[in-house]
Design a protein around this ligand. Structure first.
Ligand SMILES: [Zn+2]
Length: 286
């Protein structure tokens, strides 16, 4: 255990939880950073929760590590990335989130020092109280590597001897990390991943659908190959599959807690504190 771990564990974040209830922390808005792999990943697996957190007064930040360059059979990589950049920016705006540009091409997300230094710089710049990451178990390596990079970027946030690029001063705040469900709710071995928490997103499903719809190039591609509105319907079906895990909820997003060691106090759970009755354990009603 690094010295920093003990400090982070001992230094309870009572304020993070208590302050989170009002959507503020030490007089400023609670900062939420969603870090995903590709344009539209956030909209599929995280955006409902983000919309609710925005309504609770949180300050939202939005970043995809890859630029979506492989998301077309029609355009070249550069054109595709440019198209998808515009779509992702529009989606971030629809969610009320600050947009951060991607760092690499699709399939170039590796757990390696250069990219880690860049991700860690953005995490220090944002200084989130809560970091929303992909599932560490997922069918796709880009998603898994994004989860790993995000966790380490949060872990080294206060380490002056870890050089980030571009340079950015270390930060001291705790970061509570939650992992979204894997795409399709299944891991790389096609096993169902059961979340710790469910967030009832029924009230914002229309807004989440509208944000996903901003990814027009992907929507067109899937709709043409798999039928009208396949793209949006897939997201709604995924939300319904989570909703079925709890009584009285129709559409939900699932989340799992990351181990708090080195990140935050053991009992930190600002997601529950902020969204209260909209959050239920996934075992409820099963
Ligand atoms: Zn993806």
């Amino acid at each position: 255990m690094a010295a920093q771990d003990a400090g982070a564990v001992a230094g309870a974040v009572a304020g993070a939880v208590a302050g989170a209830v009002a959507g503020t922390e030490c007089g400023r808005s609670v900062r939420i950073m969603a870090l995903a792999a590709h344009p539209d990943d956030i909209e599929f697996m995280m955006a409902g929760t983000m919309l609710l957190l925005g309504q609770a007064g949180c300050d939202l930040h939005y970043m995809n590590l890859a630029n979506g360059s492989c998301g077309s059979t029609e355009h070249d990589a550069e054109t595709t990335a440019r198209l998808r950049d515009g779509e992702a920016r529009a989606a971030a705006q629809a969610l009320g989130a600050t947009f951060y540009p991607p760092l690499v091409d699709d399939l170039a997300i590796y757990y390696e020092p250069r990219l880690l230094a860049q991700v860690a710089s953005v995490v220090r710049e944002v200084a989130p109280d809560m970091l929303l990451l992909p599932s560490p178990q997922d069918y796709m390596e880009d998603h898994q590597n994004t989860a790993r990079l995000g966790v380490t970027a949060a872990f080294c946030r206060g380490m002056p001897n870890f050089p980030v690029q571009p340079p950015c001063a270390p930060i001291a705040n705790d970061i509570v990390v939650y992992h979204a469900q894997p795409y399709g709710h299944r891991d790389m071995l096609n096993r169902l991943v059961r979340p710790d928490l469910l967030v009832d997103i029924g009230a914002v499903l229309d807004q989440k659908t509208a944000a996903l719809g901003m990814h027009a190039s992907q929507r067109r591609w899937l709709d043409e190959s798999q039928g009208l509105d396949s793209y949006l319907q897939t997201m709604v079906d995924l939300a319904a599959e989570m909703g079925a895990l709890a009584q009285g909820i129709r559409y939900a997003e699932g989340w799992r807690y990351h181990n708090p060691l080195g990140l935050c106090a053991p009992d930190s759970d600002p997601l529950r504190a902020l969204l209260r009755e909209r959050v239920v354990p996934s075992s409820s009603g099963c």
